[in-house]
Ligand binder design. Sequence first.
Ligand code: OGA
Ligand code: MN
Length: 210
Amino acid sequence: MRAMQISSEHPLLLRIVDDLAERGWSQQNIFLPADLTRALAAECRKREAEGELAPAGVGRGPFSEVREGIRGDHIQWIDPGQAEASDRYLNLMDSLREALNRGLFLGLEDFECHFALYPPGAFYRKHVDRFRDDDRRMVSAVIYLNDGWLPEDGGQLRMYLEGDRVHDVQPTGGCLVVFLSGEVPHEVLPAQRERLSLTGWFRRRGNEPF
Ligand code: OGA
Ligand code: MN
């Protein structure tokens, strides 16, 4: 099958843009077609079985270190051309990138993303996605790849919103959460079962010296 291409004016994408403009985050419970969610979950499990997922680090570049007391997920970065499913997802995110640029003038230039697998008991402590030494990350996008998630399975994404409010998202397959990377502190609560997701960031150009 050809890589899926959707218009950057698709109503679902425009709704996400509007949500971000109004309140800084958006949740779309039925974003991915079920076949793509399944294919991405299979791809994530295949990479895990082949030993390609590695404990995620905290921080950026040479200062990145694995600290299981902060985050316990295993990740692998996704590149174009690795698998049909991940290419379809990258195409969708490119349409969303165009929609965000058109609606919010963010000047987003690229999208980086990785599979993440949280083994039972793993969590990710409260944080923001923008690094102190690298502020290119503007918008975070997380898609969940789990069948039949129950509240007692834990593993919710907890977002800390304005006015001391929190909002929890069940990591149910096909659900997409998008938020402004520098403005929404969030955490992943301990998961009682294996939790799969695909997390990515839309970035603007860095301030290179020349
Ligand atoms: C992250 C993150 C959230 C999630 O990887 O930075 O916050 O729900 N992930 O997987
Ligand atoms: Mn995060």
